[in-house]
Design a binder for this molecule. Structure first.
Ligand SMILES: Nc1ncnc2c1ncn2[C@@H]1O[C@H](COP(=O)(O)OP(=O)(O)OP(=O)(O)O)[C@@H](O)[C@H]1O
Ligand SMILES: O=P(O)(O)OC[C@H]1O[C@H](OP(=O)(O)OP(=O)(O)O)[C@H](O)[C@@H]1O
Ligand SMILES: O=C(O)c1cccnc1
Ligand SMILES: [Mg+2]
Length: 555
C-alpha cells in the first residue's frame, strides 16, 4: 500500500482517517531508529518484547500542569503503520549496501498489530514523570515508533497547555481566537496549532483549512490593507445599500458623513474632517459587502479621532437600514485604555440614539498578546470581549518545546533503568500503572505510580505515597475517589477504546482542569502537584538502581 497524499488523508468524512495528517508516516522518524532496527534484527532480537514509557520531566511555561494531547494522532499512526514499496526503495538506496536484503523484506511486512498501547485520556491534566503512554510490543516495532510518537505528543501537548493557560488568564467569558497561521512554524505547525489551541480552550481560528478539517469555528475581521486600499469616497463603485425591510436603496456615503458630523461633536467635540475619508470609504465598502456582519479595524490612522468615529458613523447608518454592526478590532496602542474609550463612546452613542445594543458592541484586541499581557490588562481594567492571538500562542514563545521522552522500562520481562547524575532524570523501571487519588472535596490530591501487579488503591483505605527519590518524603492518603489513569487503546491491531471527538477532548480539558486546585494553576510560583510511587515501586526502583550503578573507587 502506498502512503496517501496529505490531501487524500484529510478529505472525506470526519472519520479517524479523515483526521490523519498525511505526513505522519513511518519514515517521519530519525534515521537511528531504522539503523537500530537493522542491528536488532541482525542480533536476532526480532522476538524480543519491550515496554517503553512516554513522559516529560517538567511542566512547561514555569507552570505546574500540562495538558496531554496528540493521542488520537498516535493511534492513527499505529493504524497506518506500514512501510510502502517506495519507502523500502528509498531505504535501500540510502542505508549502507551491507544491509542484508531479507531485512527489507522483514520491514516491508511490519505492522503495529502486536503492539499494545495504554494511555491517559487525551485532554487530561498530567504531571511530570507520569507515563502518558505505555507502549508494549516487539522491541523492533516499539523502537521504530519513538520519534513519530514524540513529535505527535510534544507539540500537541505544549500547544494545548499554552492555550489552556491563556484561557485561565482570560477567564471563561472572553472569546479567544487563534490568529497564528502566518507566524507558525510552517504549514503543519500552523495546522496543529489551530487544532490544539481549540482543544486547549480557544473558541475559533482564522485558519480556514483547520476549520474544514477539524470542524473548528472559523472567525475573522479584516487587515490594515483593506483600510489603506481606499483613499477617498470617489473610489467607491457602489455606495448604495438596501433597507432591510423596505428594500429601498439608500446612499451610505451621505448618511455616514451626516452621522460622522453629529458624532464628532458628541464624542470628541472636534472637527469631523480630522477623521480619514479613506478609512470611512473602506468601512462603507466593507459594510456594503457584509451588512449583517460589519466589523471594522479602527487603528489604522488614529483610534479615537478617526477609527472609532468612522466605525460608529457606519454602524449608525447600517442601523437606520435595519442592520446591527458587530464591533471593532484594535491592533495597536494601549489596549486597556483604547478599549475603555471605545466602550465609553459606544455607551454615549447608545444613550444618545436610544440603541441599548450599541453599548455592547464587540471589542476585539490583537497585537503581540501573550499570557502576561492578558494578566496585565486584567489588572488595569479593560473592556475587551475578544482576543485575537497569533505569534506568542502558536510559537509558544515562552517555552518552545515540551521535553517528552520515550524510555525503555522493561525488556523480555526484565526491568530496565536509565541512570543519570541528575536524580530527576533516572527512569522508573518496569511495567507500571497510574492512579489519581482525589480528596473529599473533589480535588486531585496526588498521582500514584505502582508496579502493575500491585493491587489497586481503594477508596477509603489508607495508602502510602512516597516521593520517588527522597526517602524522607512520604504521606498516607485516604482517597475519596480513585481514578485509574490508563485505558488500553490499542491491541491486536485495533482500537480498543472509543475515541472522543475534538469537542469532547476540549471539554475533557476543562473538566480535568477543574479538579486541579487553584494554587497549582496560578501563574506566579504555582504549587507543584505531587507525583508519588508506591512502597513496592520505591523499593523495586532503588534496589535496581543499586544493582545497576557501579561502585566507584576513590584514589
Ligand atoms: N495596556 C497594556 N498593558 C500591557 N501591555 C499592553 C497594553 N496595551 C498594549 N500592550 C502590549 O504592548 C505591546 C505594544 O506593542 P508595540 O510597542 O509594538 O506598540 P504598537 O502599539 O503596536 O505600536 P505601533 O503603533 O507602532 O504598531 C504589544 O505587545 C501589546 O500587546
Ligand atoms: O500579533 P499576533 O499575536 O501575532 O496576532 C496576529 C497579528 O497578525 C496580524 O497582523 P499583521 O501585521 O500580520 O497584519 P494586519 O495588517 O492584519 O495587522 C494581526 O493584525 C495581528 O496583529
Ligand atoms: O481576522 C483577523 O482579524 C486576523 C486574522 C489573522 C491574523 N490577524 C488578524
Ligand atoms: Mg499586527
Amino acid at each position: 500500500m502506498e502512503v496517501d497524499s496529505p490531501r487524500s488523508y484529510y478529505e472525506g468524512d470526519r472519520t479517524m482517517k479523515a483526521r490523519q495528517n498525511g505526513i505522519v508516516q513511518p519514515l517521519l522518524t530519525d534515521l537511528y531508529q531504522i539503523t537500530m532496527a537493522y542491528a536488532y534484527w541482525k542480533a536476532e532480537k526480532i522476538k524480543d518484547h519491550a515496554i517503553f514509557d512516554l513522559f516529560f520531566r517538567k511542566s512547561p511555561f514555569q507552570g505546574e500542569f500540562t495538558i496531554f494531547a496528540g493521542l488520537e494522532e498516535c493511534l492513527k499512526f499505529l493504524q497506518n503503520f506500514h512501510y510502502s514499496d517506495s519507502d523500502i526503495e528509498y531505504l535501500r538506496t540510502t542505508l549502507p549496501s551491507s544491509i542484508e536484503p531479507d531485512f527489507y523484506h522483514y520491514l516491508r511486512h511490519l505492522t503495529a498489530k502486536d503492539v499494545k498501547v495504554y494511555a491517559v485520556e487525551e485532554g487530561s491534566v498530567v504531571f511530570p514523570r507520569i507515563p502518558l503512554l505505555r507502549v508494549e510490543g516487539p522491541l523492533i516495532v516499539v523502537q521504530l515508533l519513538e520519534t513519530t510518537m514524540l513529535t505527535l505528543v510534544n507539540y500537541a501537548s505544549l500547544m494545548a497547555t499554552n492555550a489552556a493557560r491563556y484561557r485561565i488568564a482570560a477567564g471563561k467569558q472572553m472569546t479567544l481566537l487563534e490568529f497564528g497561521l502566518r507566524r507558525a512554524q510552517g504549514p503543519d505547525g500552523g495546522l496543529s496549532a489551530s487544532k490544539y489551541a481549540y482543544i486547549g480552550g480557544f473558541d475559533g481560528t482564522s485558519n480556514v483549512l483547520a476549520g474544514k478539517l477539524f470542524n473548528i469555528p472559523v472567525r475573522g475581521t479584516h487587515a490594515h490593507s483593506y483600510i489603506t486600499s481606499f483613499t477617498d469616497f470617489a473610489e467607491l463603485r457602489t455606495t448604495k445599500l438596501k433597507d432591510c425591510s423596505s428594500g429601498q436603496e439608500v446612499d451610505l456615503v451621505v448618511q455616514c458623513q451626516e452621522y460622522r458630523e453629529q458624532l464628532s461633536h458628541l464624542l470628541l467635540n472636534t472637527d469631523p474632517n480630522e477623521a480619514s475619508n479613506g478609512e470611512l470609504a473602506a468601512m462603507i465598502s466593507f459594510a456594503i459587502a457584509f451588512p449583517q456582519g460589519f466589523m471594522a479595524l479602527v487603528d489604522t490612522y488614529d483610534v479615537l479621532r478617526s477609527g472609532l468615529l468612522n466605525f460608529c458613523a457606519v454602524a449608525l447608518a447600517l442601523n437606520s437600514l435595519g442592520y446591527k454592526a458587530i464591533g471593532i478590532r484594535i491592533d495597536s496602542g494601549d489596549l486597556a485604555y483604547l478599549s475603555c474609550k471605545a466602550r465609553e463612546f459606544f455607551e454615549i452613542v447608545a444613550a444618545r440614539y436610544n440603541l441599548p445594543w450599541f453599548a455592547k458592541l464587540t471589542i476585539v484586541a490583537s497585537n503581540d498578546i501573550n499570557e502576561d499581557t492578558i494578566l496585565s490588562l486584567n489588572e488595569q481594567g479593560h473592556k475587551i470581549d475578544c482576543f485575537g492571538i497569533g505569534t506568542h500562542l502558536v510559537t509558544c514563545q515562552r517555552q518552545p518545546a515540551l521535553g517528552c521522552v520515550y524510555k525503555m522500562v522493561e525488556i523480555n520481562n526484565k526491568p530496565k533503568i536509565k541512570l543519570s547524575q541528575d536524580v530527576a532524570k533516572v527512569t522508573m523501571p518496569g511495567r507500571k500503572n497510574v492512579f489519581r487519588l482525589y480528596s473529599a472535596d473533589g480535588h486531585a490530591l496526588i498521582d500514584l505510580l505502582q508496579r502493575s501487579d500491585e493491587p489497586e488503591p481503594k477508596v477509603g483505605e489508607k495508602v502510602l505515597c512516597r516521593h520517588p527519590f527522597q526517602e524522607s518524603k512520604r504521606a498516607y492518603v485516604v482517597p475519596s475517589r480513585v481514578e485509574p489513569l490508563y485505558k488500553l487503546y490499542w491491541s491486536d491491531g485495533k482500537l480498543t477504546a472509543p475515541l472522543p471527538d475534538l469537542q469532547q477532548v476540549r471539554q475533557r480539558v476543562q473538566d480535568s482542569l477543574k479538579t486541579l486546585r487553584q494554587d497549582h494553576k496560578r501563574n506566579l510560583n504555582p504549587t507543584p502537584y505531587k507525583v508519588s510511587v508506591s512502597k513496592d515501586l520505591y523499593s523495586f526502583m532503588h534496589d535496581l538502581w543499586l544493582q545497576s550503578a557501579p561502585i566507584g573507587e576513590l584514589s
